[in-house]
Design a protein around this ligand. Structure first.
Ligand code: ADP
Length: 257
């Protein structure tokens, strides 16, 4: 069986002749680069100071830090919900500050976003929630159905496709949100506390799903307070405190974990 396109993001495709000529590994291309990024809100609150961060294609990175450390602000900058007041942000080779406002929706489609509270449309079925993401972008009808079926299959929700979100468990609602994030075949998934509303067992299921998606080549940046998960997985951890990166290394939730 050939692998559906949604299971073959950029890093899993054949390297281009340019990559080969340059000796470049497709797995070592930065998806995201932040250089000296600062954010001061209009009320004068400085939420981020001089943040440097580079995410290579295919990485799975935890973003941790106490409440108020600047995690949500950082994620908002990535989707152009907020603008930095200093520094440079390069996503997939594009300078985020230079993306014209009318192109922001297009930019957001290159990133899959998953929130703590799912943000599903309550009166639409699982299938409609996922397909709506494609309809608003003018994807031809004939392409929507197979793409949605694939995304639902990846998250294991094929059988619940016609149910309303209110009839689903929290874990299934989050799976729906992940399918919606995946349906555009993003190179980067940003998850803001995706397990924040879920009990420990279901949290692990969601993490396993994100890890599987990451194994397919999608870069994942996940903000979380879930110390147990972070410490158990020994992935790269970027820790923010008072708006500064105070740690960036493979390890546990805390420096000594
Ligand atoms: P975290 O997600 O790590 O809890 P946030 O990014 O939400 O942190 O917040 C970082 C700091 O910026 C906090 O002190 C918060 O009060 C402040 N902040 C967040 N959003 C705004 C805003 N729109 N206006 C002013 N200050 C803000």
């Amino acid at each position: 069986m050939t692998t559906p396109t949604i299971l073959r993001p950029a890093s899993a495709r054949e390297p281009s002749p340019d990559d080969v000529a340059a000796g470049a590994s497709a797995a070592a291309r930065p998806v995201l680069e932040l250089r000296g990024v600062g954010k001061v809100y209009p009320n004068g609150k400085a939420a981020l100071h001089d943040v440097d961060l580079s995410l290579e294609e295919g990485e799975f990175v935890f973003l941790v830090g106490p409440s108020g450390a600047g995690k949500t602000t950082l994620l908002k900058l990535l989707i152009r919900d907020e603008m930095p007041t200093s520094g440079e942000m390069i996503l997939d080779g594009r300078d985020l500050a230079r993306v014209p406002r009318r192109k922001v929706p297009e930019l957001r489609r290159t990133i899959g976003i998953v929130f703590q509270d799912y943000k599903l449309l309550p009166t639409r079925s699982v299938r409609e929630n996922v397909s709506f993401a494609l309809e608003v972008t003018g994807t031809p009808r004939g392409r929507i159905r197979p793409a949605v079926d694939q995304a639902l299959a990846v998250v294991g929700l094929g059988a619940q496709a016609d149910q309303l979100p209110t009839t689903l468990s929290g874990g299934e609602q989050q799976r729906t949100a992940i399918a919606r994030a995946l349906v555009h075949e993003p190179r980067l998934i940003i998850a803001d506390e995706p397990t924040g509303n879920l009990d420990p067992l279901i949290s692990w299921e969601i993490i396993q799903l994100l890890l599987r998606i990451n194994e397919l080549g999608v870069t994942v940046l996940m903000a979380t307070h879930n110390a147990g998960v972070v410490t158990a997985l020994r992935r790269r951890v970027v820790a923010l405190e008072e708006g500064r990166v105070v740690r960036d290394e493979v390890g546990g939730y805390h420096r000594d974990d």
